[in-house]
Design a protein around this ligand. Structure first.
Ligand code: ADP
Length: 484
């Protein structure tokens, strides 16, 4: 089959979170199964270093109509990488900016136009470069594509057979815009009804994708159930329940060519289940990078995250004082909402020498934390899949997580009698439950044989992409069949 990926992020070209890891790895795995795969991304400034100095254009100029005149986009040929063809939508006035979606926490005011143009440009380009059997679109930024296929382009014979699959990586972000966006994007007003794209008097891109895609997936089986509830659907639960027969949960894989302590180029030491000694060097290196010095008997808790309310750091804030009374060190890497950045700064300042934070995005440091910490903390309120806890398993860094979404599907509670399990979980979203899970981990850390078993159990887990890739391929077949 021919598959087109449309997404706003893909590693290594542009990344703010897990979406990029998935779109960076999945296309390659689909190609390995014998399918013909291309990926279309916006040409952000972060993409330029990955291109030739004088890039060639696969399509020189695509016309995108807007109410006050046309805009034009080129389609840059990104070449073949690992069996996948890359194309970049070149429209500098929209994409050649500092951030992907905004600056300093504020979203760009023209995001609807930016990603509206992106979706139309992808469709138009495929009419020249090859209409696929399936458009696999990701999150709200690409969710308008299936809407356009079945409305604005409904009469286009070339596109009629093309199916669409929407993957929701996070229903917390839906792309809400004012009603006038309908006119700005030259969409038909009949789309602005409650059973289509209207959502509490906003235009909702993700809802459009939910209504118009042939099939829908989310990034873990548990999250596929959760998004159909009022607590986690973020207003889309009704629309998703209506499509529940077409909604599947496929757990993300991870890319072990990037995330493996035996080969990871960012680390001070290397290790594997057969020889764990290199982890000590990684721990030392991490503590040094964070300006900390603690004895080997003090466990190090690592945090690497977007600082967003989804991630549960309000619970950490509530137990900060009591955590400081424990024999523990904490290193945290992240950026995001100013109130959480301030909490982490204050937390580190008040406990200098044992707690330390770096407020920035740093891929190499993310790897160092996975390897150098003893415990990896993710107390998320909701977590569609979560990748960091899966990386942590591979690095023998024991996860402490809330029992929700993909965290629930990937971490098994430690059972000291049976010596089974890979981490520690808490269920109720409250500070006491979090502290109790951390305390269980700290207690296990003091029993050397237990901790070694836990690390071995964790490192034995395999979340590689082969299985999920086959599941996606089955979804593509079903979507194409449905459309036919
Ligand atoms: P989400 O997609 O909700 O941000 P995931 O756990 O699925 O959460 O994926 C997060 C990805 O982003 C991981 O690859 C993680 O290492 C990376 N990441 C998050 N924050 C940072 C940061 N400050 N520096 C480096 N990498 C980060």
């Amino acid at each position: 089959m021919q598959i087109v990926f449309a997404a706003s992020e893909a590693a290594p070209f542009a990344k703010t979170g897990g979406l990029a890891d998935v779109v960076g790895a999945l296309p390659r795995e689909i190609a390995k199964l014998g399918h013909e795969v291309s990926v279309y991304l916006p040409l952000y400034s972060t993409v330029r270093p990955h291109l030739e100095k004088e890039p060639t254009y696969s399509v020189r100029s695509i016309t995108i109509p807007f109410p006050h005149g046309n805009r034009f986009a080129g389609m840059v040929d990104g070449g073949d990488r690992n069996g996948v063809r890359y194309y970049f939508v070149d429209c500098p006035e929209y994409f050649d900016r500092q951030g992907l979606y905004g600056n300093n926490g504020d979203s760009y005011s023209d995001n609807a136009e930016r990603f509206g143009l992106y979706c139309r440009a992808v469709i138009e380009a495929t009419k020249i470069l090859g209409v696929p059997d399936v458009f696999h679109v990701h999150d709200w930024q690409a969710a308008l594509l299936p809407v356009l296929l079945r409305t604005v382009y409904a009469a286009d014979a070339q596109l009629r057979q093309a199916a669409s699959v929407l993957t929701i990586h996070n229903a917390g972000y839906q792309g809400w815009f004012p009603p006038a966006t309908i006119d700005q994007l030259l969409l038909p007003w009949e789309l602005f009804t409650y059973d289509k794209l209207e959502h509490y008097n906003s235009l909702n891109f993700l809802k459009g994708g939910v209504v118009y895609s042939d099939l829908i997936t989310t990034v873990s089986p548990t999250y596929a159930e959760e998004v159909q509830t009022a607590e986690f659907g973020n207003g889309l639960d009704g629309a998703l329940r209506q499509r529940s027969a077409d909604l599947r949960g496929i757990l993300n894989g991870v890319d072990y060519t990037e995330w493996d302590p035996a080969t990871d180029g960012n680390l001070a030491g290397h290790y594997s289940p057969l020889d764990l000694s290199g982890k000590r060097d990684c721990r030392k290196d991490l503590l040094h990078a964070f300006g900390l010095e603690v004895p080997d008997t003090t466990p190090v808790i690592g945090i690497c995250s977007r600082f967003a309310s989804q991630k549960g750091f309000d619970l950490l804030e509530q137990i900060a004082g009591r955590l400081a009374e424990r024999d523990v060190a904490v290193v945290a890497l992240g950026t995001g909402e100013p109130n959480y950045e301030k909490f982490f700064r204050d937390f580190a300042f008040a406990n200098a020498g044992r707690f330390s934070v770096q407020i920035r995005y740093d891929d190499a440091m993310a790897h160092k934390i996975e390897a150098g910490a003893d415990v990896f903390l993710m107390p998320s309120h909701f977590e569609p899949c979560g990748l960091n806890q899966i990386y942590a398993l591979k690095y023998g860094t024991v996860p402490v997580v809330r029992d929700t979404g993909g965290l629930k599907d990937t971490i098994e509670e430690w059972n000291p009698e049976l010596q089974t399990g890979t981490g520690f979980k808490f269920t109720d979203y409250n500070a006491e439950a979090l502290l109790s899970a951390i305390d269980s981990a700290l207690a296990a850390f003091t029993v050397k044989t237990q901790w070694k078993q836990l690390m071995e159990n964790a490192m034995a887990q395999n979340f590689s992409w082969e299985k999920p890739a086959r599941e996606y391929a089955a979804v593509y077949e079903d979507a194409a069949r449905k459309r036919a």
